[in-house]
Design a binder for this molecule. Structure first.
Ligand code: SF4
Length: 184
């Protein structure tokens, strides 16, 4: 059930986990950001509902850093299960940092009672529908990143950066359920 008691800004509104780079924080591997412009995000920011996380930085990786991909055939779930790894373009195994960042993202979400996340597409951490195929050749395959997989496993609904309206609807539906339950 949505925990409205943890909602922020004194408005009684639930919070949403958002990739830090979508909020304009310069945390991407290349030192840049991917600031998103959408009315839903603007509203969440104005109402104090957006909670930023960069799992890779949280996991201990520097910025800038070499780009990383999940090894071929793998996905976030298989990394978490120990059946795939995350390697950077320099050949380093960064699996532990990605797994640590995912756990910290989940802890942050749970601390705020978060049930909905909007994360950056295609990232080996934040991707929610497609990720790169492990060859550093720009090819994408169906699958999610390590953080998205862990959040989903915990029951958090993860959306991509082009699904702001769907995320807002999901949040509204969860709020309605929570309100209805509170009236029983
Ligand atoms: S890990 Fe997620 S939040 Fe951090 S830069 Fe990559 S896509 Fe953005």
């Amino acid at each position: 059930m949505l925990n409205l008691s943890t909602a922020g800004a004194g408005l009684g509104l639930p919070k949403v986990l958002v990739s830090a780079c979508l909020l304009g924080q310069p945390v991407r591997y290349d030192g840049g950001h991917q600031l998103a412009h959408h009315p839903v995000l603007a509203r969440w920011l104005a109402q104090g509902q957006a909670v930023a996380i960069c799992p890779e930085v949280a996991g201990g990786l520097p910025t800038p850093r070499p780009p990383a991909e999940i090894t071929t055939g793998g996905s976030g779930a298989s990394v978490l299960a120990g059946r795939a790894q995350v390697h950077d373009s320099a050949g380093n195994d960064v699996t532990d940092a990605f797994a640590r960042g995912a756990r910290l993202a989940l802890q942050l979400a749970q601390k705020h009672g978060i049930r909905v996340a909007v994360l950056k597409d295609f990232s080996p951490s934040c991707g929610s529908s497609h990720i790169y195929d492990g060859h550093f050749a720009g090819r994408k395959v169906a699958g999610d990143g390590v953080t998205s997989a862990l959040l989903r496993d915990a029951g958090i609904v993860v959306f991509g950066e082009h699904q702001w309206d769907a995320a807002a609807q999901a949040l509204q539906a969860l709020q309605a359920v929570a309100c209805a339950a509170g009236k029983d």
